[in-house]
Ligand binder design. Sequence first.
Ligand code: GRG
Length: 295
Amino acid sequence: MQDIKQALTLRADAVEARLDELLPLVSSPEGEVVEAMRYSALGGGKRLRPFLVMETAALFDVEENYALQVAAALEMVHCYSLVHDDLPAMDDSDLRRGRLTVHKKWDDATAILAGDGLLTEAFGVLADPKSHPDADVRLKLISGLSLAAGSAGMVGGQMIDLSPNRSNLDLTGITRLQDLKTGALIRYACEAGAILGKASPEEFKALSLYAEDIGLAFQIVDDLLDHESTPEETGKPTGVDSDAGKATFVGQLGLKEARSKAEKLILSAKSRLDIFAGKAQLLRDTATFVLERRS
Ligand code: GRG
């Protein structure tokens, strides 16, 4: 676990520096929204999605500089989703990554605009040749992120999560909801590495399936942490989903079975990487990290 934590920190520092460059402060009147964007994007988070982009790209010896640009774009979309998710109209949360949420530090309008800014500019970051010199690769990266973040992905999952029928979902329904809401961006992270690396269809599929397994395990662990962890550990309120009466993996399966399901998914995720042999060891360790994380 030590190696993976070190690797995560190393990659997180690089992503932080790239985000800092991509979101320069401006002194004009609109600078307030940039400050809110920076507040959301800098200084926190596990940076798991950027890490997956960079590690999957590394399987194909992609130049790190390109992977970093794509990783930063994806993290911008992730941060936008957190800012909007925390708003009173959605999860109504005061705490994120151990700090006040953007709408608490500023106000709802600024939080909406900061999220909009991050989402919109992420596509510009991908369109920049710094993400890859080959325009066809950049186009694939852009359309992939659009699909993963839009109504067929994260936004669709969030819609289901907010719908009045949410509390009645069965296991299949919860799995689909989470596959869209959380899984789509995690899958994109791994597919982006494959796109950058011009992977073969077989390699692309293997990474996509790996991502599906860890994405679902990630969400099950999130439900477990919601039950078993404290706000001090997670940096956000806990007990929220169960208190809101939402159907969750833990609610459906119980703590023991939910953990066992997550463990099986992690084993399966690791087996998806067989075609990459020893080169994928850090990605196998990432799967273990997803299972054992405490925040
Ligand atoms: C507003 C369109 C829209 C979507 C919001 C991702 C999301 C959808 C909401 C986040 C709510 C939530 C707590 C989901 C559970 C899993 C999850 C995505 C947690 C946050 O991601 P982490 O743990 O966060 O990777 P850090 O802070 O480490 O980046």
